[in-house]
Design a protein around this ligand. Structure first.
Ligand code: HEC
Length: 207
């Protein structure tokens, strides 16, 4: 009888926990993953004189991107600070052939750009369509097949991916320098491939 009572009490206790909401932290046997010996962002810490846990860069630090050269890392000519017209030949050479840089560009574009700009670059990717449906016009990606974007220099396309533009975020953290140039090359191919269709569309719209 006693065993039965104990079993019943335990069962009631266990049932009480399941599905019940609580503001207390969960009871966990081994807490190593919860209590990590680390500092949080902005947290004060006594080790350094200024007590900041976020440390500034060591003086003279050069970003890995800049080791390729200013123009390669920014899309701007070193002297004039104007956008460079074409993907630097050195970058194409690093891929080996035009076909190789194009293939890499397509691969990265389809992953990182197509969700908004669509596979053909007409700006009707899934995210844009969703934004349009929700009435968030400012988050709808533009088509690449208009005259202005067809004529911006390669360096400006590169800088757009690198720094972002207005409502579009930067993709510099996801895409190393060479991949960004490869995407530029591929966007140019997309623009060429859609040029006749876009020309017809433009005429239809203006009628
Ligand atoms: C999360 C959605 C999203 C993704 C992903 C995205 N874009 Fe955009 N893109 C936008 C939006 C939105 C704009 C319009 C920004 C604005 O005008 O506020 C834009 C604008 C642009 C423009 C036009 C810039 C100008 O001068 O007007 C270019 C070029 C561009 N994107 C290229 C790319 C490339 C290349 C990629 C992939 C690396 C990419 N985008 C990924 C949403 C996105």
């Amino acid at each position: 009888m006693r065993t039965l009572l104990i079993a019943l009490a335990l069962a009631t206790l266990a049932a009480g926990c399941i599905g019940a909401e609580s503001s207390e932290p969960p009871v966990v046997g081994i807490r190593n993953m919860y209590n990590q010996p680390r500092y949080d962002t902005q947290e004060r810490q006594p080790f350094f004189a200024d007590q900041r846990s976020m440390r500034p860069q060591v003086a003279g630090t050069v970003s890995q991107e800049m080791t390729k050269g200013f123009a390669h890392a920014t899309g701007l000519a070193a002297q004039s600070k104007a956008y460079i017209d074409e993907v630097p030949r050195v970058i194409i050479a690093e891929f080996g052939t035009r076909e190789a840089i194009m293939a890499r560009g397509q691969d990265r574009y389809d992953i990182y750009c197509a969700p908004c700009h669509s596979f053909s670059g007409d700006g009707k990717g899934m995210v844009s369509r969703r934004a349009a449906a929700l009435g968030a016009a400012a988050l709808v990606a533009p088509t690449f097949h208009d005259d202005r974007l067809r004529h911006i220099p390669d360096g400006q396309l590169f800088a757009t991916i690198t720094n972002g533009v207005r409502n579009m975020p930067s993709y510099a953290h996801n895409l190393p320098v060479n991949d960004r140039w490869a995407i530029v090359q591929y966007v140019r191919a997309l623009q060429l491939s859609q040029a006749p269709a876009a020309a017809t569309e433009n005429t239809e719209q203006s009628q």
